[in-house]
Design a protein around this ligand. Sequence first.
Ligand code: ISE
Length: 334
Amino acid sequence: MNIRIAIIGAGAMGADHARIVTEDMPGATLQVVCDSDAARAKSVADAFGAADSASDPEAVIARGDVDAVIVASPDFTHAPLSLACIRAGKKVLCEKPLSQSSAECLTVMVAEQAAGARFVQLGFMRRYDPSYAEMKQALADGSLGRALMMHNFHRNVETPAADFTGAMAITNSAPHEFDVVRHVLGCDYATISAAQPRRSDARVAPVVMVLETTDGQLVTIEINNNAAYGYDVRAELVGERGSIAMNPVAFTRRDTDLISATAYSSDWRGRYAEAYRRQNRAFLQFVRTGQFPEIGSDCWDGYCAAVVAEAGVTALSAGRKVAVDRITKPEFYA
Ligand code: ISE
């Protein structure tokens, strides 16, 4: 049976999900594209052959011809629309973050547990990127010894959206690292420190964070939303007996005029095309079988990202190390 998918949000991410549904998800049909801007919804729907376009997300979620939902609308809508999907009994792939508020993440967790089944897969797609998978495997096979540190750089050409605020380097961009480092190391965070170069006068200045994990490791994360030169994400996992580092990802290298050069993607859609493809296919299986994807991220992961982001914002403004406090993990999410 074909799975009829609605996409809510027709911006850059929603349009890319529409492309993935039509090009890379055999057995899925792009049924509806929804956006508060009806013209933008229709433009994306027409571009990717959706059966319909709409502008009321709650009505779309309730439609009888929609089997599953992908939420790619602005951050503040993620939790309310995930709750609407749970109420409608429909699986949802919700773009990260689940919410920038840990309290709001808890409301979605409570609703999902009350519903008695998993409905929400969160869009921390880095888990599906082959480089992090190889890092996790290197830890598992023992070749590195125990993990001591993990260093991360996450650089955009420029802030991804006009409404991006300084704190969103921590609450919107950094959740990718907060989540994938937890996934690779199999731990959580105990404390976080954060600082910015005072010299930067960018609207969203770079931020450097140092986190201590619950297993005594150190994690460093640099977020630079205005790196200018390219979309550049790096990571290196350092163990007691060795390290494993992410290579630059490019299919070709050009050697001309005494220069050897590879190109950067302009944003995440190129660099992580394979990760999104794998994530979205895992979501389709989730919809079909009800079995939550083995490496998928869930509401608990969304909550964990939100609590460390909130602590990071506090650490940045207070100029001191801040403890990362979490509730006890519900058995439901074990
Ligand atoms: C942005 O916040 C995202 O969520 C994208 O997935 C990420 O790749 C980008 O670098 C972030 O700024």
